[in-house]
Design a protein around this ligand. Structure first.
Ligand code: GRF
Length: 197
């Protein structure tokens, strides 16, 4: 049986697209069971629809407005993901930190992608943080990693794969981001292939 993936996104979904393309090409023996976004305008939702993959929009705001807790949101998100019985939950640009209420439902089954090397530049500004460190002469390269998400630490957990990405003099956010995203697309698909076997 094909491995089932639930892919969680918040934005453009170019990494989702890399998975969609690998599945369509037959190089990744998986089925994307659902794409879930916490943002309604995430372009990744459109990518899912075009590929005829079920998509769900699951925002945090109604929970905040009703003074319901983050734990409740995470538990309900886990229930939503569970409806699709995924073998792997792939965080492909999902911009919320997930708590135990979610992670406890999928032990060792949540995979995150991060645009920096292990232990460097956690959080949402990894590319700009790397550029700033380069400007200070502290680093000459950055990278990308794919790791398991065992707990709510940000961008930490057992590393499944990593790849360095050079930073070049004159790089801007855009030029470095483009190089990083290309590396992410390759590394995410390659790592999923290894996990799925
Ligand atoms: C990627 O750089 C990912 O590592 C980060 O958010 C970005 C998502 O890009 N956490 P996309 O939505 O897959 O294009």
């Amino acid at each position: 049986m094909k491995s089932k993936l639930a892919v969680l996104i918040s934005g453009s979904g170019s990494n989702l697209q890399a998975i969609i393309d690998a599945v369509a090409a037959g190089s990744l023996d998986a089925q994307i069971a659902v794409v879930i976004s916490n943002r309604k305008d995430a372009y990744g939702l459109e990518r899912a629809r075009r590929a005829q993959i079920p998509d769900r929009y699951f925002p945090l705001k109604p929970y905040r407005d009703a003074q319901r807790s983050r734990a409740e949101y995470d538990a309900d998100l886990a229930a939503l993901v569970s409806e699709y019985a995924p073998d792997w939950v792939v965080l492909a640009g999902w911009m919320h930190i997930l708590s135990e209420q979610f992670l406890g439902r999928f032990p060792n089954r949540v995979v995150n992608l991060h645009p920096a090397l292990p232990g460097q530049f956690p959080g949402a500004h990894a590319i700009d943080d790397a550029l700033a460190a380069f400007a200070r002469g502290e680093i000459d390269h950055t990278g990308v990693m794919v790791h398991l998400v065992p707990d709510a630490r940000v961008d930490e957990g057992p590393v499944l794969a990593e790849q360095t990405v050079p930073i070049r003099p004159g790089d801007t956010h855009e030029t470095l981001a483009e190089r990083i995203h290309a590396a992410e697309h390759r590394l995410l698909v390659a790592t999923l292939k290894k996990l799925i076997g």
